[in-house]
Design a protein around this ligand. Sequence first.
Ligand code: DON
Length: 570
Amino acid sequence: MLSSFWKQNKRIKNAGISCLLLVLFSITGCSIKQPRQAAIASAHPLATQAGFEILHQGGNVFDAAVAVSAALAVVEPSGSGLGGGGFWLLHRESDELDIMIDGREKAPLAAHKDMFLDASGEAKKQLSLNGALAAGIPGMPAGLVHLSEKYGKLPLATSLQPAIRYAEQGFKIDTRHQKLLGMRSAVLNQHPETAAIFLDKGRVPEKGSILRQTDLVKTLKIIAAQGKAGFYAGLIADKLVIAVQQGGGIWTLDDLHHYQIVERTPVTGSYQGIKVTSAALPSSGGIVLLEALNILETVDLATMDSITRKHMIVEAMRHAYHDRALYLGDADFIDVPVERLINKQYAYGLATTLRTDQALPSEYLTGHTQAKQGGRNTTHFSIIDNEGNRVAATLSINFPFGAGLVAEGTGVVLNNEMDDFVSAKDSGNGYGLVGGDANAIAPEKRMLSSMTPTFLEDSERIAVLGTPGGSRIISMVLLATLDFAAGYSPESWVKVKRFHHQYIPDQILYEKAGLTSEEINGLQALGHQLKQYYNYGNMQAVQLNKATDSLSAASDHRGEGLASVQRINE
Ligand code: DON
């Protein structure tokens, strides 16, 4: 909740105003408008610029979010796109509305529980990860149209302009794009349409080469002109269904006609007086984040040495990810005890198992299953203006370049989110995440996600943050939240050294240099298994300091994004 003082005085226009004058004017009821400003952080400089371009044209933060989402679909095709989905968490200051647009992919109508099993009941991992069968029905185009039409001020066609321009004129590919292409080039090469767009005679193109996407231009223009029907019916829908069926997939036109976004009430809770607003099911993000925070609220992290502190955080992650595996799935299909899982009393119960001198083996928790693990792509952006309007959006096609398949003539890269379902008992998904019937495949069901677009708010600051990173998304947002609680800035949240525990496998993953050798030894002595991992995540964060009416923004140094604060021309 914003302080009434701040509310009365926001948008007061007078650059050289003093606090004294502000107090005087608020008492006398006069109002002076503050220049309009906004902060945007995204995974690509051109996407951040697209957001500002739309704000400068008179758009609000929701129009800017449409522009950034669409631009990312063009300039970061490894991470998200029209063939994928995601969650847009919105706050509109005029009526204090908090809402999440759920544009998550859905299983096709012909999908069934055992569709990725072989005759002996083993998971056929390749099928849920690569090619047509791996693709869920996309939610991104419907999400963009809804966001623009219901919350924006500008026409959809205007907000899509920067993306259309980037696709038409092309842009220089960066090292990150090259790296992600390299990881998936074997799969991309199996699909001539995909290879023709992204590869150079089957190889990763040189850094700085220009990527133009002429089919994607046409698709974006059709959506700009026709809205939702431009993608889910007509020419594009026909091409998508033909490509998927030719690739051995099961989409029909009915699937596309049926797709609907859902507006959901975000998950809310608190940590040490900070209001936490985060993703609702079908993302596990908000619930797992709050459960871990509630457990950690019962201990005094600030007075602990760094080994004990990290141990406690790991134990909280273990419990919260365990409940993810046990209970979470699409609440439109199954009953999920959400209120219990985010209840502070429930966390007190779990916290009684926490010991400072010993790790709790995951196998001692109920419903234990063994599983393997693997991992990695998606995108996040954060926007806030100095009125407090904000968007946290995490968008995905799952693995880099999704299923590796571009539907011929559309430029649309299809997702491989079907892998986020549990396709076989005792078998982890691409991120090693396990689960049960709650997240089993069913027609039109949404697969459980870990995407965690989040708002944090205390008496002085509002933070907007999130990151890609598969199962590790939630633990990254948790670590950033603890850093926010300790009083640090966006620059610090995105820099936090990362470590992660997801219940199964029973091990702490940590970034290179994420833990000191003393911490590694100390955690091992408590009974933890540890595994060093590559530097992961690409957090994008913005903040409004209500007390000083100032904005700040930070983009993860592990990526190649851009965070910027600008005054908006009016
Ligand atoms: O929805 C999910 O949880 C995953 N599909 C997100 C994938 C992801 O973040 C990959 N990024 N590195």
